[in-house]
Design a binder for this molecule. Structure first.
Ligand SMILES: *[C@@H]1O[C@H](CO)[C@@H](O)[C@H](O)[C@H]1NC(C)=O
Ligand SMILES: *[C@@H]1O[C@H](CO)[C@@H](O)[C@H](O)[C@H]1NC(C)=O
Ligand SMILES: *[C@@H]1O[C@H](CO)[C@@H](O)[C@H](O)[C@H]1NC(C)=O
Ligand SMILES: *[C@@H]1O[C@H](CO)[C@@H](O)[C@H](O)[C@H]1NC(C)=O
Ligand SMILES: *[C@@H]1O[C@H](CO)[C@@H](O)[C@H](O)[C@H]1NC(C)=O
Ligand SMILES: *[C@@H]1O[C@H](CO)[C@@H](O)[C@H](O)[C@H]1NC(C)=O
Ligand SMILES: *[C@@H]1O[C@H](CO)[C@@H](O)[C@H](O)[C@H]1NC(C)=O
Ligand SMILES: *[C@@H]1O[C@H](CO)[C@@H](O)[C@H](O)[C@H]1NC(C)=O
Ligand SMILES: *[C@@H]1O[C@H](CO)[C@@H](O)[C@H](O)[C@H]1NC(C)=O
Ligand SMILES: *[C@@H]1O[C@H](CO)[C@@H](O)[C@H](O)[C@H]1NC(C)=O
Ligand SMILES: *[C@@H]1O[C@H](CO)[C@@H](O)[C@H](O)[C@H]1NC(C)=O
Ligand SMILES: *[C@@H]1O[C@H](CO)[C@@H](O)[C@H](O)[C@H]1NC(C)=O
Ligand SMILES: [Cu+2]
Length: 574
């Protein structure tokens, strides 16, 4: 709170430095958090506005735990909006009631109500994040989840001197609920953001923002673990630090084979841990930590750049003030550098050693081929669509998802799916076309609340193919309730004859969010070992709003530990 409006964020940075050594006395403790959802006035880009926050903090509070711990997070809604929170990337084994997407696993927490999210962290360590999962509230309601390894176990890389969360966000001067409501009303694209932020601060490239700059002070020769989180709403980002090399060691709370890079690509929904080795001597400059978008779609986008500043702590002998040093900026790829994006994504490989084997399913029970992309839908009568009475929409296999009025998980658990959802989600596109070539004349989508039902322990292979309808575009697809293995990706149309044989079943990346390449495809595999209803959607919020989402229903298994637990008594009602 104290540092909330503070301009130069030294206090905040100090607060966020994570103690390198453990907090827990023993494995598997229960940790309690209280999250009050409340409004807070915040000033950015020369303007003050009232935003939704957790405990008045922006970005929100850090959750810290060890692998094996239980979390009990009491969320109290003190704002006029309906709210839900999602613990992004947490597997939620048998605890789907705590997953959070509105109308998928729960009804919203309404004004004045409270709900305790109750879940255990199993088999995950690294960085994840939490965010609101209703409408566009996640624009300001997000914060880091830091999962330390179990006590007495260590990182598979040298212990860093300090650990620092770096959250990328997106800022609108306007009220974002008005922005999305206006877009849904007119059927067009929502207004783009005015700035990107690092830990809530836009940095000196924006008006009135020199004082709103994230600063990271480092000691020469020390190694820092940066926990990168892309909490932006609608933009994938390139990130780089002037004249420094980064070593990627973990993505989406799974260790990866370390590799060095100057530039990280991070999509909304992804998290990436990188090691930053500070230079051995105090250099005669400061260094910009810069992020700007990787943008492929047809729509206009916020093409601004956010920077934070990396400063070296002066040795006592040096008297030069670091404020007066030159700022060395990194060179970032072009906005549409898909070649770099694909090359970077392909470098991410799981550790896959005897100690940390990749558990990619070798045998496949069910194969799915989903097209993902844009389209149009007819306007409803209360809309004022300019575009020949159609509105922008998006879908999977030509289905634009319609949000139900009660949560799918409730409907499933109480056998009341009738009138809520149907189980006829298409396994393949309704008809074949050249997905990345000339689009079909009719670009109208179908709409409905359709799901895929899977028996417990089904191993799934899913190829997701971007379409060029209204322009090819990279879509970061996020799956709830599972990690999946990224067994292949490429440009153009997926060719089962040629591409399937080349799948990587040795050391594929294990993640919860993957970018479907613009005008390309990605193949993933996962084991449906978690009973419940699991949302899958594009993590570009604008596309989710347009319907690029669907759900998997995973039935209970026969075993005692293969069943979804009953709902908690305080589960919100619709
Ligand atoms: C925000 O500022 C407005 C105008 O000054 C004020 O009325 C309101 O109470 C403030 N809200 C909060 C949460 O402080
Ligand atoms: C949390 O969930 C576990 C597993 O269902 C249950 O045993 C426990 O009582 C719950 N705790 C609270 C405070 O609801
Ligand atoms: C979105 O942009 C349009 C065009 O600039 C403007 O008229 C409208 O007021 C903006 N909407 C919001 C919510 O700021
Ligand atoms: C239009 O009306 C329908 C039915 O009343 C409602 O479900 C929908 O949310 C409305 N759409 C907009 C954009 O207001
Ligand atoms: C920044 O401020 C200047 C001077 O007031 C103005 O001309 C300019 O349009 C502003 N830029 C942005 C991006 O708002
Ligand atoms: C970049 O870093 C290297 C190694 O620390 C150093 O030798 C070089 O002078 C730096 N370049 C600039 C432009 O500061
Ligand atoms: C950003 O977009 C605006 C509007 O399309 C354009 O005028 C400007 O040149 C672009 N800036 C950069 C750095 O590409
Ligand atoms: C990237 O954008 C530039 C113009 O901004 C355009 O000339 C070029 O064709 C684009 N590249 C790709 C691969 O789309
Ligand atoms: C508008 O929609 C009608 C009916 O779907 C169609 O016949 C017509 O060609 C469309 N006009 C344009 C300009 O797209
Ligand atoms: C699909 O379209 C692309 C781009 O126009 C073209 O290169 C490719 O040959 C087409 N593929 C088929 C199978 O027609
Ligand atoms: C999508 O569904 C609509 C509505 O049923 C249909 O008109 C259209 O041809 C379908 N398009 C594709 C590509 O499947
Ligand atoms: C909040 O959620 C409840 C339950 O689904 C719904 O009836 C109500 O209309 C929602 N309120 C708002 C402001 O969206
Ligand atoms: Cu998308």
């Amino acid at each position: 709170m104290g540092c909330f409006l503070r301009a130069v964020c030294v206090a905040l940075c100090a607060l966020w430095m994570i103690p390198a050594l453990g907090l827990a006395k023993h494995a598997g403790i229960t940790r309690h958090y209280k999250f009050n959802i409340k409004m807070q006035n915040v000033t950015r880009l020369c303007q003050t506005k009232s935003i939704v926050t957790v405990n008045g903090q922006f970005p929100g509070p850090r959750i810290i735990a060890r692998e094996g711990d239980r979390l009990l997070i009491k969320v109290v809604n003190q704002v006029q909006y309906n709210v839900t929170l999602h613990w992004h990337g947490i597997r939620q084994l048998r605890s789907g009631w705590a997953d959070g997407p509105a109308y998928i696993t729960q009804c919203p927490i309404q004004t004045g109500q409270a709900y305790v999210y109750n879940f255990t962290i199993t088999g995950q360590k690294g960085t994840l994040f939490w965010h609101a999962h209703i409408s566009w509230l996640r624009v300001t309601v997000y914060g880091p989840i830091v999962i330390l390894p179990r006590r007495h176990s260590s990182y598979p890389f040298p212990q860093p001197f300090k650990e620092v969360p770096i959250l990328f966000g997106e800022w609108w001067k306007a009220d974002t609920e008005t922005v999305i409501n206006q877009a849904m009303q007119t059927g067009g694209a929502p207004n783009i953001s005015d700035a990107y932020t690092i830990n809530g601060l836009p940095g000196p490239f924006y008006n009135c923002s020199a004082k709103d700059t994230f600063k990271l002070k480092v000691k020469p020769g020390k190694t820092y673990l940066l926990r990168l989180i892309n909490a932006a709403l609608n933009d994938e980002l390139f990130f780089s630090i002037g004249n420094h090399t980064l070593t990627v060691v973990e993505t989406d709370a799974v260790y990866v084979k370390p590799f060095k890079t100057h530039i990280v690509l991070i999509t909304p929904g992804q998290t990436t841990n990188v090691l930053l080795k500070a230079k051995s001597k105090v250099p005669k400059s400061n260094f910009a930590m810069a992020a700007r978008p990787y943008a492929t779609g047809p729509a206009s986008f916020d093409n601004t750049t956010t920077i934070g500043i990396l400063e070296y702590e002066k040795s006592s002998s040096s008297s030069k003030n670091s404020q007066n040093l030159p700022l060395l900026k990194p060179v970032l790829p072009k906005f549409n550098d898909s070649t770099y994006a694909l090359k970077f994504s392909k470098q991410i490989r799981s550790l896959a050693t005897a100690k940390f084997p990749a558990k990619v399913p070798k045998k496949v029970d069910r194969q799915f081929f989903f097209t993902v992309g844009l389209g149009i839908l007819p306007c409803s009568q209360n809309q004022t669509c300019s575009n020949n009475n159609t509105r922008a929409a998006a879908g999977v296999n030509n289905v634009s998802f319609v949000q139900p009025n009660i949560a799918l998980l409730q409907a499933h658990f109480f056998n009341q799916s009738k009138g809520v959802y149907t189980t006829d989600f298409p396994t393949n596109p309704p008809f074949k076309f050249n997905y990345t070539g000339t689009p079909p004349k009719n670009i109208m989508l179908n709409s409905g609340t359709k799901v895929v039902v899977l028996p417990f322990n089904t191993s799934v292979e899913l190829v997701m193919q971007d379409t060029s309808i209204l322009g090819a575009e990279s879509h970061p697809l996020h799956l709830h309730g599972f990690n999946f293995f990224v067994v292949g990706m490429g440009v153009g149309n997926y060719d089962p004859k040629k591409d399937h044989a080349k799948f990587n079943l040795i050391d594929p990346a294990e993640r919860n969010t993957v970018g479907v390449p613009a005008g390309g495809w990605v193949a993933i595999r996962f084991l449906a070992d978690n009973p419940g209803v699991w949302f899958m959607h594009c993590h570009l919020e604008v596309h989710t709003s347009w319907g690029l989402k669907m759900a998997w229903v995973v039935n209970d298994g026969k075993g005692r530990k293969q069943k979804l637990l009953p709902p908690p008594s305080d589960l919100p009602k619709c």
